[in-house]
Design a protein around this ligand. Structure first.
Ligand code: NAI
Length: 337
């Protein structure tokens, strides 16, 4: 059976998802597209192999009797409204991160989903589908390095434009680590502190760059994440886990090693789309398969909420400079693994 998808938001990642659903993945077809900018919607509908109706309003996509599941890839502030509408319509929904603009917004989605009585939401956190992170988690879960004691992570981007501000380092960039690290460690955060070293000369007045975000988890693991979004040299994701008996590192993406001109070199990726391309494929294929099987198992609304509770604390910590508690309520049994 082919799952009929309606896509809301046909910008960069919306078009990428439409392309992969049409050309790469199995079991789904895009039948409806909407974007607040009609040109973007029409451009997406004209992508090779796509045969989709264009709607002026995202809510019409959700209401369409032709649409069985919804994919939300519009701007962040629209996610909550569309996700709640999809839940109210009883349709499974894949929502790009962040699930909502605040923890309260995510909580409204969690409450609506529990009220609906079945899991309908998958959040677009793709790193748990990345082969490298999966291998790292297996090493930790197998006890290969003993209990994790401390983590050193980095999230580096070549450059960002002037619209990117200090808070976005948390809500737009760190949000991926906020999800993947609690998954990696089977743990939750207890507190956070943010420190700002001397800023790079490549930043602007409204962005302090880089930043160091330091967490303590409930089990006592310490985590340092460096966010550096004008690092100039590439898109570089690092994660090193120091355990009781060894150290495990996230594998580097494979690249040809070259010896020439009296040097040894390996290229580093520059585009986030390339770094996690197979993870994006895998997360959406899992959503399609799980909808067909009648049971969603990917990153849940609760995971979206947990990341958002931590993000809110990070934003406070950016302002006050001290340690801020992260108080995630008990996970409802509805979301038990
Ligand atoms: P974009 O700006 O290229 O595209 C967003 C599109 O949404 C635009 O075409 C815009 O016209 C449309 N839009 C805005 N308001 C709308 C509304 N009310 N109804 C329908 N369409 C509306 O942005 P991009 O990079 O594609 O990001 C989209 C979303 O995906 C963001 O929430 C972003 O955080 C998320 N994202 C997730 C990534 C991941 O790694 N999981 C990577 C990139 C983006």
């Amino acid at each position: 059976m082919t799952l009929k998808l309606g896509v809301i938001g046909a910008g960069a990642i919306g078009k990428e998802h439409i392309r992969r659903c049409t050309q790469v993945l199995q079991g789904a077809t895009v039948v409806a597209v909407s974007d607040i900018n009609p040109d973007s919607a029409w451009a997406a509908a004209a992508l090779p192999g796509v045969c989709a109706e264009v709607y002026a309003d995202g809510h019409d996509v959700i209401r369409s009797t032709d649409v069985e599941a919804v994919l939300i890839a519009s701007w962040d502030p629209t996610h909550e409204e569309y996700t709640l509408a999809a839940i109210a319509a009883g349709k499974p929904v894949f929502c790009e991160k962040p699930l909502a603009m605040s923890a309260e917004g995510c909580r409204r989605i969690v409450d609506a989903e529990i009220e609906a009585g079945r899991r309908l939401v998958q959040v677009g956190f793709m790193r748990p589908y990345d082969e490298g992170y999966r291998a790292l988690k297996k090493a930790i879960d197998d006890g290969a390095i003993g209990a994790p004691l401390l983590l050193r992570c980095a999230h580096r981007n070549p450059k960002v434009d002037e619209s990117y501000t200090t808070d976005m380092a948390i809500t737009n960039t760190l949000i991926h680590e906020l999800d993947v690290l609690r998954w990696l460690l089977n743990d939750d955060y207890r507190s956070v502190q943010v420190r700002f070293p001397r800023s790079t000369s490549h930043t602007h007045g409204r962005l302090k760059d880089p930043q160091i975000v330091s967490f303590e988890t409930r089990k006592g693991t310490l985590i340092d994440v460096e966010i550096f979004v004008n690092c100039q040299y590439g898109y570089d994701i690092q994660c090193e886990v120091v355990g009781e008996t060894g150290v495990a590192r996230l594998p580097e993406p494979s690249a040809v090693q070259m010896r020439r001109d009296a040097s040894l070199s390996t290229a580093i990726l520059t585009d986030w789309k390339d770094r996690f391309i197979t993870a994006y494929d895998a997360e959406l294929q899992a959503f399609i398969n799980d909808v067909a099987a009648g049971r969603l198992r990917g990153p849940s609304a609760w995971d979206g909420y947990a990341a958002s509770v931590a993000a809110d604390a990070c934003l406070k910590a950016q302002k006050n400079g001290g340690s801020v508690a992260i108080a995630l309520p008990e996970r409802p049994s509805f979301y038990a693994c």
